[in-house]
Design a binder for this molecule. Structure first.
Ligand code: PLP
Length: 428
């Protein structure tokens, strides 16, 4: 997977530390920020973050945080999370996704990352297989941190870049943990009921065989941090909704980072069969990776009011949709220049292809990325940053930090740059 290595390393450090990599996405985003600071007109389609100027967290959450601080809620929270928060999150997940782990099956962390890390530590021994789709967000860092064997499962445009049951089945014997993400970062695509149910079948069949042989099962880690963000005609599906028997083998990850646009507030959680919870609680406690007490207090109140949340989600989906419509209409105009996209289904991402290799006389996605940035002020991330190594012209566009008018302006700049490069206007 393409990442930026931290150099040769330092003899004083462990192998793990020397092998640690920086996020390629964040490296690109930092260079884009520098261009904007220099006064260049650039649309920042790079980061999976929200600009607070474009997307606000719910008022109730902010008031709740301020109230909690004023009331002196400043001491250590319990390692698993405040009981009222575990209660309201478990009830919310039960109502919304038919996932009933009870309050004792909910463990909170400072964002999705600590609980993601904990969910791998729970199951993986060094040398165990960690399978994930590609393109996908950041999984290979966790492969490294756990000394696991990387099992990348490549998606294709035909599968909307999602891993399929067939491609998972082909590697199932080697898999100890399978992580799935829907809506998927970076592609903005979601599993349908049928697709997810076929994957659950593959996992359950394999686990039946392993049980007979006394071997450890395949664990499904389901990362649904964008679950509340779906396009109008799309339904988010949780594995237990299509295959209740998968419950015993499923760890669910969620967070307010995306669903409430509160990336900087740091609250995420894991939902798992309660019998598996004690070591996770200890690990989160040892890392001190629990969310601050005021955000826990505020979220506990908000998640106990699903009607306020639903209204917020509806409004957010609407605002994401406005941006996606502007993008799609701009990109559709450019089809004869070799520009195409996959229809967005969820999250804040759109998958687009710039097949400009011949026109620009280049061979890599990186060269296309630089041309888009310099000639059109369009900053996007190539799929190599998400583990898809082929130079086939695929990129992620994120709409979390841009307004509709910025998108329209960026599409105009792009059209002019392409017209200049191709030497003609698009045909009607
Ligand atoms: C699919 C996915 N999972 C997890 C995370 C991490 O979320 P958090 O910021 O809550 O740690 C991200 C962040 O971009 C993500 O895209």
């Amino acid at each position: 997977m393409a990442t930026v290595s931290m150099g040769e390393g330092d003899w004083r450090l462990s192998e793990m530390a020397n092998g640690m990599e920086r996020s390629r996405i964040l490296t690109i985003a930092a260079s884009v920020r520098a261009m904007i600071a220099d006064g260049k007109e650039v649309a920042p389609f790079t980061v999976g973050d929200f600009s607070p100027d474009q997307f606000e967290v719910p008022d109730e959450l902010l008031t709740g945080i301020i109230d909690a601080v004023s009331e002196g809620e400043t001491n250590y929270p319990p390692a698993a999370g405040l009981p009222e928060l575990r209660e309201s999150l478990s009830e919310w997940m039960k109502q919304k996704y038919s996932l009933d782990v009870g309050p004792e099956g909910i463990i909170v962390g400072s964002g999705a990352r600590p609980v993601l890390y904990a969910s791998f530590r729970l199951f993986l021994e060094p040398g165990d297989g960690l399978a994930h789709g590609v393109p996908a967000w950041n999984n290979h860092y966790y492969v490294h941190l756990n000394d696991a064997i990387d099992i990348p499962i490549a998606g294709t445009p035909e599968s909307r870049f999602l891993p399929t049951a067939e491609s998972i089945e082909a590697r199932i014997k080697e898999i100890r943990v399978l992580i799935l993400n829907s809506p998927l970062n970076p592609t903005g695509t979601c599993f349908t009921r049928d697709e997810l149910s076929a994957i659950c079948e593959v996992v359950l069949n394999e686990n039946q065989i392993r049980e007979k042989e006394g071997r450890k099962p395949v664990i499904l880690v389901y990362d649904q941090v964008y679950s509340t963000m779906t396009a109008e005609h799309i339904e988010h599906v949780h594995p237990v909704q299509v295959c209740p028997e998968i419950f015993d083998y499923t760890i669910t990850l969620d967070a307010i980072s995306k669903s409430l646009t509160g990336t900087g507030l740091r609250l995420g959680w894991m939902a798992l069969p309660p019998a598996l919870a004690p070591p996770v609680i200890a690990l989160i406690g040892h890392m001190g990776a629990w969310p601050a007490r005021p955000i826990q207090k505020a979220a506990a109140k908000l998640y106990a009011k699903p009607e306020i949340l639903e209204e917020y989600f509806r409004d957010l989906d609407q605002r994401i949709a406005e941006r996606m419509i502007a993008l799609q209409s701009g990109l559709s105009e450019l089809s004869e220049y070799g520009v195409s996209f996959v229809e967005p289904e969820g999250g804040i991402y759109l998958t687009t292809r710039f097949d400009l290799f011949e026109t620009l006389g280049v061979t890599t996605n990186e060269e296309i990325r630089q041309w888009l940035l310099e000639s059109a002020g369009v900053a996007i991330v190539p799929f190599q940053a998400f583990g898809l190594e082929d130079d086939t012209g695929w990129f992620r566009i994120s709409v979390g930090a841009v307004s509709v008018s910025e998108i329209i302006a960026a599409m105009d700049r792009l059209e002019s740059a392409l017209m200049t490069e191709f030497g003609h206007e698009p045909h009607a």
